[in-house]
Write a protein that binds this ligand. Structure first.
Ligand SMILES: [Mg+2]
Length: 288
């Protein structure tokens, strides 16, 4: 069956800070084979490939890239699927759980006292809490934030610099995210409370190797989106449902888009369901 691709650019509601750059749109390629559609959408500053690399792979038949390998893998995922997703709190004054049973809060960005208050306030709402330090916390701050979340804490995601990780894993439930991108599969530390897996960044082969490792170790897997289009998120919902149907995943990036491909994912906020969406019909599709 022939494949075709369409390069797209979708506007975000607000500029998104990624490393030291700000992006206002998301650029990627839709890939289609029959009724199946995938999304190759590298995340600037985090992906090892760029959208220019995907251009090269599709238009000039150069070596496939991480995000494109995932998009092509997603073509094999066609089942209707539904999963729960965590809420996301990025600012201390934005503490509200809504309908979510589980909320992830970014920490290590503001004064510790402010973040401790925000965690305490979130805990009082009765939700389960995931904290994400993006390696910006000290071991001491990690322990204090974990204490503030108390028995509501599910895990702290990558709280500290790599040299402190092993000690932290002994003291608190720690989920791995950045470490999974950096470390060879054979060297992923033991004892993690969860693996946060980002297929767009990891690519298909690395993603499948990590889910297999998690299954062997009995480590929970949380599938996480990286601001893919609705087509990409639908593929992640299918993969998440097939891999860990009862887990609350991290797929709540849809609201960041000012406009998106329509009809691919339906949400009530806390759950995401795949749907039959529409594709742009234009001449710019290319066979590859
Ligand atoms: Mg993270």
């Amino acid at each position: 069956m022939t494949r075709r691709g369409l390069r797209y650019e979708l506007p975000l509601k607000r500029p998104l800070r990624l490393g030291d750059q700000q992006v206002t749109t998301r650029c990627g390629w839709l890939v289609q084979r029959g009724d199946a559609v995938g999304d190759a959408c590298p995340l600037p500053a985090f992906s090892i490939d760029s959208v220019a690399d995907v251009d090269g792979a599709i238009l000039r038949g150069q070596t496939t890239t991480a995000s494109l390998s995932w998009a092509l893998h997603a073509l094999d995922l066609t089942e209707h699927a539904e999963v729960a997703t965590a809420g996301l709190v990025t600012e201390a004054d934005d503490v509200e759980a809504g309908d979510h049973a589980c909320v992830k809060m970014k920490v290590g960005r503001r004064p510790l006292a402010e973040e401790l208050r925000a965690v305490t306030s979130l805990r009082s709402t009765g939700v389960r809490i995931r904290l994400d330090g993006n390696r910006a916390l000290t071991p001491e701050a990690t322990a204090r934030l974990a204490d503030a979340a108390g028995d509501a804490l599910e895990y702290v995601e990558e709280p500290v610099a790599p040299e402190h990780l092993a000690a932290c894993i002994q003291r608190a439930p720690i989920a791995l995210d950045e470490t999974l991108l950096d470390a060879p599969v054979a060297e992923v530390p033991r004892g993690a409370a969860a693996f946060v897996i980002k297929p767009t960044l990891l690519g298909a082969e690395h993603t499948l190797a990590l889910t297999a490792l998690a299954a062997r170790r009995g480590t929970p897997v949380v599938i996480s989106s990286c601001y893919e289009s609705a087509v990409g998120r639908a593929g992640l919902v299918r993969f998440a449902a097939a891999t860990a149907p009862d887990t609350v995943h991290g797929l709540g990036t849809g609201p960041a888009f000012a406009s998106d491909f329509e009809g691919w994912v339906q949400t009530d906020g806390a759950r995401l369901t795949t749907c039959a969406g529409a594709l742009p019909e234009e001449d710019a599709w290319v066979a590859f």
